[in-house]
Design a protein around this ligand. Structure first.
Ligand code: IMP
Length: 181
């Protein structure tokens, strides 16, 4: 029993597990093309939301990969984005002149993507920096920013599953779902 005000029985599937898994293969091969073949890719998994996406995506890479994990918080328990970005854990190795791929779950307002992109460019001076997000809510943008790669463009609705949560729940679902209003 949870204290959630939204019940899983009302959840509708927006993107199925099969669609996600199929997309990962094409995304991975597109991404790999922008990196030099014999160089490592430093994959930055932005916790907690991109945990599933990142873990599944890297399985399709032929490059040698190093995985790093950072934690950013912007939402709290709400369904609205906040300007209050918090870098909770940003411990990273030296990425100077390295190939870096930032892996996000969703770009909504764009604030987190901007924060991360600026941070990596200014602080780490990578050789190549690319940004991939599974979901792209283009219509919700508050600032102009586009990822280098994305899996699916979605409408401005709050989604859960495959790493994305509502009040900490539903991250474990293998698909992306939404609660109809
Ligand atoms: P942004 O800074 O507004 O682009 O939001 C980025 C972060 O907000 C994402 O990494 C998610 O953690 C969270 N977020 C945005 N939209 C949703 C959603 O529909 N469901 C769950 N989390 C979301």
């Amino acid at each position: 029993m949870t204290d959630l005000d939204k019940d899983i029985k009302d959840l509708r599937v927006l993107i199925s597990e099969e669609e996600i898994q199929k997309k990962l293969k094409t995304l991975a091969s597109e991404i790999e093309k922008v990196f030099t073949v014999d160089e490592d890719i430093y994959v930055i998994c932005v916790l907690k939301g991109s945990v599933m996406f990142c873990a599944d995506l890297v399985k399709h890479f032929n490059h040698s990969v190093q995985m790093e994990f950072i934690r950013i918080s912007s939402y709290g328990n709400e369904q609205k984005s906040s300007n209050n970005l918090q870098a909770i854990d940003l411990t990273l190795p030296n990425l100077h002149e390295k190939n870096v791929l930032i892996v996000e779950d969703i770009i909504d307002t764009g604030l987190t993507a901007r924060f991360l992109t600026d941070l990596f460019k200014i602080k780490h001076h990578p050789k190549k920096l690319a940004f991939v997000t599974l979901l792209n809510k283009k219509c919700a943008r508050q600032i102009e920013i586009e990822p280098d790669f994305y899996g699916f463009e979605i409408d401005d609705k709050f989604v859960v599953g495959y790493g994305l949560d509502y009040k900490g729940y539903y991250r474990n679902l293998p698909y992306i779902g939404y609660f109809p209003s």
